[in-house]
Design a protein around this ligand. Structure first.
Ligand code: GDP
Length: 444
């Protein structure tokens, strides 16, 4: 996620931070670069323009330029504006109404609506312990209702029995009655999609909403469609009273333009992000963390959280204290790799750990997570204790030894070193911002 944007911004900021004093012209030049980076990430033009104007005004207007660390201050302003652009807080579902609380999912065909309905149902019935029912109102796409029933079985969530030939508004009415009778807390309605936004679809949405009085109307959009996603969101938000957005396929979205524009164009928060095809691949959307990820610090907060859920308290504290000191040698990398294996592979973590994604793409043929982790571990094992503490010692001769010892190649060793270096750089950045605590304060 956001890989190239993150790289581009990283470059701009390194140049800014690298200077002692900044002039207004320096800031303007940097902001022109930021604007290009945003547009290349597919951020909608008016959104990019406003962003850059806001940042420029703040950076030039305040005492930033005269401060001791002007570069760092500008980065902080960008960080704050990014958070504002993504929406200030994590948006919760507003479903504390008299049951059943109805959640309607709307969007185009293929946006991931049905899958997301099931993901949301699983989440609500699992961690939130709600009694949930799902119903598909999609009578356009063949077998859409059956698809939801199958997903319901996988998620162990009840679905409304299918009555062939029944129309959406009637299905909604029946679902509501059923959910009431059976004492469900939440009723999820998966509505019909179309290939394009059209009036008939909008009218149908409105008719269903009139009957079902949803507590939430969530627009599901495919983040990979970039600018199109923004157009779809604009049309829907003009016609249907949306309460939030769910962006799907964020796992494959390297650019992130849709995510960055969505809040500005709809005025509604992104509530969740789809991160894969599996039913548990749905994450609450945390603007502050996403901003951190874009600014190239990796989503260390999420990583630490995820780790804390699986590792012993003591390990977590040790790790946090090393991180806070900005220290990160091969022993730390190895500890992280081992934790990762315990956490179940690279998939969900790659984006959070700076540099790992690139290493994975370069090294692994296919999805052999486990093997990649084992090979990295083997390489570190083949190093001497001094090498592990000071990887810079690894000259050509030593690299050949490590490669031989671990059954890998010198290129593999180089990639491991590169990845280690990237993580170390990230840790140093974190340290500069006052350690994990400072970073968390900055990210909110
Ligand atoms: P609908 O027509 O809007 O109901 O779309 P579906 O729910 O049938 O989804 C279409 C395809 O997208 C399916 O193959 C899903 O598995 C896939 N999909 C949905 N959400 C995600 C996601 O967040 N990430 C990825 N990688 N695939 C997704």
């Amino acid at each position: 996620m956001f890989d190239s944007l993150s790289d581009r911004l990283g470059g701009v900021f390194d140049r800014l931070r690298g200077r002692g004093a900044l002039t207004e012209a320096d800031v303007r030049t940097a902001m022109r670069e930021v604007r290009v980076a945003l547009l290349e990430a597919d951020v909608a033009l008016p959104v990019a323009r406003k962003f850059v104007d806001d940042v420029t005004e703040k950076a030039i207007g305040q005492d930033v330029l005269r401060s001791v660390t002007p570069g760092q201050q500008v980065v902080k302003i960008v960080n704050d504006e990014l958070i504002a652009m993504l929406g200030p807080d994590t948006a919760e579902l507003e479903i504390n109404v008299s049951p059943p609380a109805v959640i309607m999912l709307v969007g185009l065909q293929g946006s991931g609506k049905t899958t997301t309905t099931a993901k949301l149902a699983k989440r609500l019935s699992g961690t939130e312990r709600k009694k949930v029912m799902m119903a598909s109102l999609d009578v356009n796409r063949p077998a859409a209702q059956e698809q939801l029933a199958v997903l319901g079985q996988q998620a162990e969530v009840a679905t409304l029995p299918i009555v062939q030939g029944q129309q959406p508004v009637d299905i909604a009415r029946r679902a509501l009655q059923s959910a009431k009778l059976q004492g469900h807390d939440v009723l999820l309605l998966d509505t019909a999609g179309r290939l394009h936004v059209d009036q008939a679809l909008m009218d149908e949405m409105k008719a269903v909403a009139d009957i079902a009085k949803p507590a939430e109307i969530l627009l599901v959009v495919d983040s990979l469609t970039g600018q199109d996603a923004v157009n779809v969101a604009t049309s829907f938000s003009e016609q249907v009273p949306l309460t939030g957005v769910i962006l799907t396929r964020m796992d494959g979205d390297a650019r992130g333009g849709a995510a960055l524009s969505m809040r500005s164009v709809t005025g509604k928060p992104i509530k969740f992000a789809g991160m894969g095809e599996k039913l548990d691949a749905l994450e609450a959307f945390h603007p502050k963390r996403v901003a951190g990820r874009i600014l190239g610090m990796g989503d260390v907060v999420s990583l630490v959280e995820k780790a804390a859920a699986t590792i012993e308290q003591e390990d977590a504290e040790r790790m946090a204290s090393r991180l806070a000191k900005g220290k990160f040698d091969m022993n730390d990398l190895r500890a992280q790799l081992q934790q990762m294996r315990r956490m179940g592979g690279i998939g969900g973590i790659a984006g959070m750990m700076p540099g790992l994604k690139k290493a994975q793409a370069a090294m692994a043929s296919g999805a052999v997570d486990e093997r990649l982790l084992l090979r990295m571990d083997a390489m570190i094992t083949s190093m001497t204790p001094t090498e592990r503490e000071k990887p810079a010692l690894l000259n050509a001769k030593r690299k050949i030894r490590v490669a031989k010892g671990s059954g890998t190649t010198v290129q593999d060793v180089n990639r491991l070193l590169k990845m280690h270096q990237e993580m170390q750089t990230a840790m140093k950045k974190i340290k500069k911002m006052g350690g994990i605590k400072g970073m968390m304060a900055m990210l909110g």
